[in-house]
Design a protein. Structure first.
Length: 123
């Protein structure tokens, strides 16, 4: 059965430039936990170096929902005596906490902005 055109329906307006869109803006892109976990494992990363890890932990306290924070970063003598995989798991737990407590976006921005020299790597 052929379709018949509908009468009295105006054709959609064609936009000639972005200015025609008015005050429309793009919706913010949400980062996922999967993307954040992939970023922290990139190139065999373990965790940020101790001073940067402490900055990340402070960010969780400032940006989180007020819940009890996850375990603190491993620094000082704990840094020296803790195996690499335990450091990685501690950092992962903090990133998962950020996701569960509404601050994954700022946590991810912090992680993405860290220079390669501020990361600890598996050898």
């Amino acid at each position: 059965m052929p379709l018949e055109p509908v009468a009295d329906v105006p054709a959609p307006k064609a936009f000639k430039s972005l200015d025609d869109l008015g005050s429309l803006s793009l919706a913010p892109v949400e980062v996922t936990l999967y993307e954040a976990l992939a970023e922290i494992r990139k190139d065999n990363r373990i965790s940020p170096q101790p001073t940067r890890w402490l900055e990340f932990y402070r960010l969780l306290g400032e940006q989180g929902d007020g819940s009890a924070l996850p375990p603190a970063p491993l620094t000082g003598s704990a840094w020296a005596s803790t195996p690499s995989l335990a450091k990685r798991m501690c950092f992962r737990e903090q990133v998962e906490w950020a996701d569960a407590h509404g601050c994954l976006a700022p946590a991810f921005e912090f992680i993405k902005a860290l220079p390669e020299t501020d990361w600890n790597y598996l050898s």
